[in-house]
Design a protein around this ligand. Structure first.
Ligand SMILES: [Zn+2]
Length: 86
């Protein structure tokens, strides 16, 4: 699995690309599993440190592996939702 700094917490995290290159799945030691559209990653990187920390915590608390999705609707509104709990 290739590695990069986690977009949420900055720890070295593994990632995979799927969905025909449109989706990125992360496996982070702190935030556990989450995924997002590749285009969302840039917006996430532009969030404040606190906002990213909040997403990191919520992803880590999600007990449904690989179901935590970070998405953006419109400009700045970024949310993290568990597909199984929502
Ligand atoms: Zn992380």
């Amino acid at each position: 699995m290739p590695k990069q700094d986690c977009p949420l917490c900055g720890s070295p995290a593994g990632f995979e690309i799927d969905g025909f290159g449109r989706r990125k799945k992360f496996d982070c030691p702190k935030c556990k599993y989450f995924h997002m559209h590749t285009a969302t990653e840039k917006s996430v990187m532009e969030l404040s440190k606190n906002d990213r920390k909040t997403l990191s915590k919520r992803s880590a608390q999600c007990t449904n592996d690989e179901a935590f999705v970070i998405s953006t609707n419109g400009n700045k509104a970024i949310k993290g939702v568990c597909e199984n709990c929502a």
